[in-house]
Design a protein around this ligand. Structure first.
Ligand code: GDP
Length: 456
């Protein structure tokens, strides 16, 4: 598929900068720029080689608008696969607007959100999951989410899916061929080989599906619940971690009625801290709702920080918590260490194992807690170089594909006829193709690319 029109957009964010870049893509990109470009060394821009840079002035009606560098990328060796020109101009908003308007008057139209990447996809420069990774890469705000996006952009699991899909497609055509000879009871598709392919596909799909839990968590932040009786200092700890006054701090028990969440980045990982209402018995309806929410939040958290006040504690609650969530990691923390004597401290230390002491108020022990969090979670969640799926659209398609593959397998085991099996195989092919973009609809593409920024 190729477009006949030329698109233009700023590739750099709005506002003043040292340099701004205007990008033009389309069949006439180079010719259009050439109309307004006067190179320092006289030359015909349209005759220059791909991947070259040229210094000169952009001139309109004999008026110099700016001194710029023009980079040329010729089709098909460009980001979009079309002719592409990038003009690096001085970063004043006035110059940017002047140049943009000039090219809009000269045969370009404004690119829609994600249109450069959409064209790259439609011209076969990247598959759909790679195109989506471009958006993830731009949005990534931590080392881990950046790593996942880079891996996906380089092909990641979509290459593997594409290969398996081709093998499945092969079998599908053999099985469909059997339909033409249904009277003769022949089998073109070797059932043993087919079985082993289905097994391989299921294994790959399952592995990718499982990785989503980690991928999603890295992209959206690892949820950590801070739990403890009212007034033990949960909100103060959250503020200390956030370095901001965001949660409500007061010494009236039960102030934190609703949950407060915020993200902080520790050692390259985003953590989502959830300050929860205390889990005490209460008659207050509003607080009761808050406490129920607490249980939901704990259920979803990767780690529970159990906070208690060193001057007034009841370790039964810690035991209850561990009993209620036997599979969750609970980290006991004794707060308000600034108010404790050494004897009191030792006494607490001897009754709780793996305990951390801190003072949320003066930040003593907070850096140690941060350290502990990153090492705990990072070692568990990010170990190995396994492929990670972080996109919920892919996750959904993987689940559906696995479901269909399992149906095909069951059909084989039951000796289902080729025509019925062919229907399930086609469904599986469809969902696998949705990931790489071998199967697309306009709605799907519109939905994906409209989430991009203009100029990408
Ligand atoms: P929450 O109900 O668990 O969220 O508790 P808050 O964070 O609202 O804190 C309750 C009271 O304890 C406030 O008056 C805080 O200033 C005080 N507080 C919290 N952390 C510390 C600490 O480390 N040392 C001391 N001395 N007071 C603290």
């Amino acid at each position: 598929m190729s477009y006949s029109d030329n698109i233009v957009a700023m590739a750099t964010p709005p506002g003043t900068g040292a340099i701004a870049i205007i990008r033009i893509s389309g069949p006439e990109a180079i010719a259009l720029v050439s109309k307004h470009f006067e190179p320092i060394k006289p030359k015909d821009l349209t005759k220059q080689k791909s991947h070259t840079i040229h210094l000169g002035h952009v001139v309109h009606q004999e008026k110099v608008l700016d001194k710029v560098l023009v980079s040329i990328f010729k089709s098909p060796n460009s980001y979009t696969g079309e002719n592409v020109v990038e003009i690096s101009c001085h970063g004043s908003p006035y110059i940017q607007q002047q140049l943009l308007q000039l090219f809009l008057r000269t045969g370009c139209r404004m690119a829609t959100a994600g249109e450069f990447t959409l064209r790259a996809f439609l011209n076969g420069k990247m598959d759909l999951s790679q195109a989506e990774a471009v958006a993830d890469l731009i949005a990534s705000d931590s080392e881990a989410s950046h790593e996942i996006a880079v891996q996906q952009m380089r092909g990641g699991f979509s290459n593997e899916i594409q290969k398996l899909r081709e093998e499945l497609l092969n079998f599908a055509s053999l099985i469909e061929l059997e339909l033409d000879f249904s009277q003769e009871d022949v089998e073109f598709a070797d059932r043993t080989q087919f079985n082993s392919l289905l097994k391989r596909i299921s294994e790959v799909l399952k592995k990718l599906i499982d990785s989503f839990a980690i991928g999603n968590v890295i992209k959206n932040g690892i949820p950590i619940a801070i739990v403890g009786k009212p007034n033990v200092g949960k909100s103060t700890l959250l503020n200390a971690l956030l370095n901001e006054e965001r949660a409500i701090v007061s010494n009236i028990p039960g102030t934190t009625r609703d949950t407060v969440e915020d993200q902080i980045n520790l050692g390259g990982i985003n953590f989502r801290f959830i300050d929860t209402a205390g889990i005490r018995e209460t008659q207050d309806m509003v607080e009761k709702i808050g406490i129920e929410k607490t249980f939901d939040k704990i259920e979803n958290a990767k780690l529970i920080l159990f906070l208690f006040d060193g001057l007034d504690y009841d370790l039964k609650e810690l035991e209850d918590l561990k009993g209620k969530y036997p599979n969750k990691e609970v980290l006991p923390i004794c707060n308000k260490v600034d108010l404790l004597t050494i004897v009191e401290r030792d006494q607490i230390q001897s009754s709780v194992s793996d305990l951390l002491f801190l003072s949320a108020k003066d930040r003593t022990g907070v850096p140690e807690l941060e350290q502990k969090l990153s090492s705990l979670v990072v070692s568990g969640a990010l170990s190995g170089d396994s492929t990670i799926v972080s996109n919920s659209r892919h996750y959904d398609a993987l689940l559906k594909a696995l479901e269909e593959i399992q149906k095909v397998k069951e059909g084989m085991d039951m000796g289902l006829s080729s025509d019925l099996m062919a229907i399930d195989i086609r469904q599986a092919l469809y969902h696998l193709g949705e990931i790489t973009g071998s199967v697309t609809t306009d709605d799907l593409l519109g939905n994906i690319f409209s989430n991009f920024c203009i100029g990408k």
